[in-house]
Design a protein around this ligand. Structure first.
Ligand code: S3P
Length: 439
């Protein structure tokens, strides 16, 4: 079994600051990095990945495919995958431990459901409490045999893989992990597999499947794939993760003297909600050098500090910024007036219950807020700074990073309990922050 790091440890003091200045790049996109290893492993021939995110979650995906006999070499952020073809994957020699990674788990459940062998997936304490029924349900309809505790709704889950049949499935939630699980199962299913979503979730799987040669069609919120075992390895350049850039974008946006350029960042339209939300709050954000790389739009993001104002944010606005909820809450805390975020029920089943945890963390540093069932109402401080204090991240990387940014606008800074969790998606986060922070 892979050695999965304890992310609930580590203390870090995040210091106050006047703002952020300079030019940075952030580590590679987490979603795209996962997919590059998954598709590279089931493709024929070599896949060369650059800009791979060396986060704990992505290392869990590499470890899983190593257990299935795939030769994967890593030299920093350069990864070479010797694809074995879909039919070349071997029965894993041990339990797959996905650590903290929901993406590894859900995408693998889809892929493994159609492979002719037995596998078991588990994860850390947080992952073992996250809902898997949403994935198990459609896969079972396709003919998969997946069993586990609590009516096969949580990890550990065992998969007895077999040939599947294609289905047309309407997902109850807009979730890229769910959509991707069904599409990956569709590669081993007779006929066509169609996923209809209530709203369009991030589309990295579709884009990359096309790059590897799969027959994928998209129309509105509907995506279909046809069975194939002929994917071909390719070269992938992973852009910077906009969800990591988001912490720096917001930090620069709510500190008035800031000017920060974040280079080579993914700006896929299904991910740019943070740009739209910060602009709606009055933030100054420019996109430059927009181009396409490995089937994904990429650009440089220039943020200048300004005074933000409170706004209403609904579920549709939040979907392309689904992982940015914690840092949006922090931006709201330093805006003038009240921000009301609603339609955010999914945030209760992320790496932590992000609504409850953000409410607790904001209160701990002196920001008034009210938790509602599907969101939060935050009373912005306007030009004033917060007091500061100690927060618990509950092992959630994005909570730790959001509160580290909040520290900029506090009197005493923020003591972060569980700071090691940042390594899940952003190794080097604190170092990069101290490089661009000015006092
Ligand atoms: C992801 C999809 C999202 C996101 C997660 C990564 C992906 O989850 O929150 O961090 O890579 O597909 P959901 O599909 O559960 O919304």
């Amino acid at each position: 079994m892979s050695q999965v790091k304890d992310i609930f440890t580590g203390k870090e003091h995040a210091a106050p600051g006047k703002g952020l200045k300079g030019e940075i790049t952030v580590p590679g996109d987490k979603s795209i990095s996962h997919r590059s290893v998954i598709l590279g492993s089931i493709a024929e021939g070599r896949t060369e990945i650059s800009g791979f995110l060396e986060g704990e979650d992505n290392l869990s995906t590499i470890a899983a495919f190593s257990l299935m006999g795939v030769n994967i070499e890593r030299d920093g952020s350069r990864v070479t995958v010797e694809g074995r073809g879909l039919d070349g994957l071997q029965e894993p020699t041990d339990v797959i431990n996905a650590g903290n990674s929901g993406t590894t788990t859900r995408l693998l459940l889809g892929l493994l459901a159609g492979r002719p062998f037995f596998s078991v997936i588990t994860g850390d304490e947080s992952l073992r409490s996250r809902p898997m029924k949403r994935v198990v349900e459609p896969l079972t309809q396709m003919g998969a045999v997946i069993t586990g505790r609590k009516g096969s709704s949580v990890l550990p889950l065992s998969v007895s893989g077999r040939r599947l049949k294609g289905i047309a499935y309407r997902t109850p939630v807009a979730s890229a992990q769910l959509k991707s699980a069904i599409l990956l199962a569709g590669l081993s299913a007779d006929g066509e597999t169609i996923v209809n979503e209530p709203e369009k979730s991030r589309d990295h799987t579709e884009r990359m499947l096309r790059l590897f040669g799969a027959d994928v069609k998209t129309s509105g919120n509907s995506t279909s794939v046809r069975s194939t075992n002929r994917l071909t390895g390719c070269k992938i350049i992973v852009p910077g993760d906009i969800s990591s850039a988001a912490f720096f974008m917001a930090g620069a946006a709510f500190t008035t003297g800031s000017e920060l350029l974040i280079k080579d960042t993914g700006i896929n339209p299904t991910r740019v909600g943070i740009i739209d939300i910060l602009k709606k709050m009055g933030g100054s954000i420019e996109l430059n050098s927009v181009r396409e790389s490995s089937g994904e739009p990429v650009g440089d993001i220039l943020v200048r500090g300004s005074r933000l104002k409170g706004v209403d944010i609904d579920g549709s606005e939040l979907l392309p910024a689904i992982d940015e909820f914690p840092i949006i809450c922090v931006a709201a805390a330093f805006a003038e007036g009240t921000t009301r975020i609603s339609g955010a029920g999914e945030l209760r089943v992320k790496e932590s219950d992000r609504i409850a945890v953000m409410s607790e963390c904001l209160a701990a540093i002196g920001i008034k807020n009210t938790e509602i069932e599907d969101g939060i109402i935050i009373e912005g401080l306007g030009a004033k700074n917060a007091k500061g204090g100690t927060i618990k991240s509950y092992g959630d990387h994005r909570i730790a990073m959001a509160l580290a940014m909040a520290a900029l606008r506090t009197e005493t800074g923020v003591e972060i309990d569980g700071a090691a969790s940042v390594d899940v998606s952003f190794p080097g986060f604190f170092k990069l922050l101290s490089k661009v922070r000015f006092a």
